[in-house]
Design a protein around this ligand. Structure first.
Ligand code: RIB
Ligand code: CA
Length: 312
């Protein structure tokens, strides 16, 4: 697959993770998928990841499960948004095969060392990525970077903490402090691309077999989101941004900032502290913070990826 960007996805499917996998399958070369507990317990996020790989004709892609809980925090899941299965809203065929192993960390390390220049694309809690960086600090030099969904100028689990960071702040802090190049799709970006009713119909009509099922996922996801917010037109497709940031950078505006993760704050634990100051004494930037997205163009790419799924 000459020319396509090589990516390793680390995810917790999760409705929006599912769309991120589909988009990556179309526009990138997926070297492997690892799973982490987050939106749902690990057994469910792993099963869901395999289901999505089957949907987009990527059943042969290696899948390795990883951390079933954060480094320090107690595990907390998000059935209130993603449902008990972690991906409620549609019925899919049983996964074609189980995970290839339960050692995501060593799969990440071995894959990076064998494929210098690969991008890590985590869209769930950063536990696996932090563990891999701890076991193999050389990864920082061997990857092109880490394009992650997480954090932002505000929170969703608390006023200032976004779910992926809030789940495992210690892991997130280790990742932002690792020295790796980081591209961050935070909530202030991802809330700019919502699954509106018109866009859900675009998904439904994009593919005769999977279109209606994927539309069902978005209808469930959006119903949950709209029930919890007073002004949302639909669920944000958070995780897709972390993939599109690499495959379609022209869709985005960004700024170079220093980002650190609050660990100890009584009310700010899990906050990504982004330094927007203009003072010359500000900390050296360690993150490309995505600030704007061309949501219509981005959604067009999502629909194009869905159209590319096999008909079977
Ligand atoms: O806060 C949004 C993030 O949390 C997304 O990655 C979503 O899938 C959930 O994991
Ligand atoms: Ca996710």
């Amino acid at each position: 697959m000459a020319g396509k960007l090589k990516v390793l996805l680390d995810c917790d499917p999760g409705h929006d993770d599912a769309f991120a996998i589909i988009v990556a399958s179309k526009f990138a070369e997926i070297l492997g998928v690892t799973t982490v507990a987050g939106n749902a317990p690990l057994d469910l996020t792993t099963k869901n990841a395999r289901v999505v790989l089957d949907i987009c004709g990527a059943s042969s892609v290696q899948l390795h499960s990883g951390a079933s809980r954060p480094l320090v925090a107690e595990p907390i899941h998000a059935a209130y948004i993603h449902g008990e299965s972690g991906m409620d809203g549609a019925n899919f065929a049983a996964p074609s095969r189980p995970a290839d192993s339960s050692d995501a960390v060593h799969f990440i390390i071995e894959t990076v060392r064998a494929n210098p220049g690969v991008w890590l694309v985590p869209t769930g809690p950063l536990t696996n990525i932090a563990l891999a960086l701890r076991v193999a600090p050389d990864l920082v030099e061997n990857i092109s970077g880490i394009s992650l969904m997480g954090g932002g100028r505000f929170g969703n689990r608390t006023a200032m903490a976004e779910f992926n960071i809030w789940c495992d702040p210690e892991a997130a802090s280790a990742v932002f402090d690792s020295g790796a190049k980081i591209v961050m799709s935070g909530l202030h970006l991802t809330h700019q691309i919502m699954a509106t009713p018109a866009r859900i119909e675009m998904v439904r009509n994009a593919h005769s077999v999977v279109g209606p099922k994927l539309a069902g996922l978005l209808e469930f996801f959006s119903k949950m989101y709209k029930s919890l917010h007073d002004d949302f037109e639909g669920a944000p497709l958070h995780d897709v941004c972390a993939v599109l940031a690499l495959t379609h950078p022209q869709f985005f505006g960004s700024s170079e900032r220093h980002v650190a993760v609050e660990i100890d704050g009584a009310i700010t634990r899990g906050m990504t502290v982004i330094d927007y100051r203009h003072v010359v004494s500000r900390a050296k930037a360690n993150t490309t913070v995505l600030e704007t997205i061309d949501a219509d163009a981005a959604f067009g790419a999502i629909v194009e990826a869905i159209r590319a799924c096999p008909e079977r």
